[in-house]
Design a protein around this ligand. Structure first.
Ligand SMILES: C[S@@+](CC[C@H](N)C(=O)[O-])C[C@H]1O[C@@H](n2cnc3c(N)ncnc32)[C@H](O)[C@@H]1O
Length: 283
């Protein structure tokens, strides 16, 4: 099938990318436990050559660059110009000469060869043709090279995403439309069997998929948590679908739902559930 990631590329260069840039510190803080679990599985070593797929604002690329050191190298690749701009300035501040960022669609861009490790924190679920994309990425690996990434499990087990969305839908009297669970997007890799099949179809071996759950901290108060929820994740998409004029009603409804779950000090934290996936390029 021809690769067409144009819809996702437009999203990540539009309002979605801008919101990620604006909320970069907050989002990095939220996903750190998941990224750390993926890094543990990836186990980058000093001197290794690494590609960070869908590197966004560069958080994990910088962390890996520190681990591989000056004898190694890290290339962050992403389709979002605004996010890459942030990544480049953060990379310059981190003073890592062996760290570079490149604009490109990871599913077809020219990539360096003999890479030791392909890594991604939530950056691989947006390909229109994931088997082709991973087949292309695998060719950049040396024989025996590794791939490790973290992706979200099913929405049902990700209360941080579904609780605000259910509240927003109820407030608007909208029942969830039938949706393709495999469509490119944050939950496209929720089905572990599908992930195994597409990696093996792409030529990977040694495929391992482990569940990893951690608390997702949405905000210090129900209001700030609701404000985050309507900007990022499924509610932000829902707001665009129903129209921005409904935002105040949705925000209030999400705040009420989150207030019911808040800790005594007001903090809102909910479960997040992900797969830590690792695989190897056969030797
Ligand atoms: C959920 S964000 C994660 C960003 C970053 N890895 C992090 O953990 O902060 C997903 C990223 O994947 C990027 N992305 C989506 N499709 C892509 C593609 N085909 N090639 C490269 N990057 C892509 C987006 O631009 C975005 O930066």
């Amino acid at each position: 099938m021809p690769i067409d990631n144009s819809e996702q590329i437009a999203e990540w260069n539009g309002a979605l990318g801008q919101r990620w840039v604006a909320m970069q510190r907050e989002l990095d803080r939220i996903v750190v436990p998941f990224g750390d679990a993926a890094l543990k599985a990836a186990a980058p070593q000093p001197g290794e050559q690494v590609i960070d797929i869908g590197c966004g604002c560069g958080d994990t690329s910088i962390e890996i660059a520190r681990i591989v050191g000056a004898a190694g190298a890290v290339l962050g690749i992403d389709v979002s110009q605004p996010m890459l701009e942030v990544a480049r300035s953060r990379g310059a501040l981190a003073n890592c000469a062996h760290l570079a960022f490149r604009f490109g669609d990871a599913s077809e861009a020219g990539l360096p060869e003999n890479i030791d490790l392909l890594f991604s924190r939530f950056g691989v679920m947006f390909f229109s043709e994931p088997t082709q994309a991973f087949g292309h990425l695998r060719k950049s690996l040396r024989r025996g090279g590794r791939c490790a990434f973290v992706c979200w499990r099913t929405p049902r087990d990700n209360a941080w995403a579904m609780t605000p969305l259910s509240a927003a839908r109820t407030a608007m009297g909208v029942t969830p439309p039938p949706a393709d669970p495999n469509a490119p997007g944050p939950f496209a890799f929720a089905d572990a069997d599908r992930v195994r099949a597409l990696l093996s179809g792409a030529g990977f071996g040694g495929i391992d998929v482990q569940r990893f759950d951690a608390a997702v901290s949405l905000g210090a108060t129900p209001r700030s948590a609701a404000e985050s929820a309507v900007q990022i994740g499924p509610v932000s998409r829902f707001v665009r679908e129903v129209g921005l004029e409904h935002l105040p009603v949705i925000l209030d409804a999400v705040e009420r739902a989150l207030a019911a779950l808040a800790a005594p000090d007001g903090h809102v934290s909910m479960n997040g559930s992900a797969w830590i996936v690792s695989a190897t390029n056969p030797a």
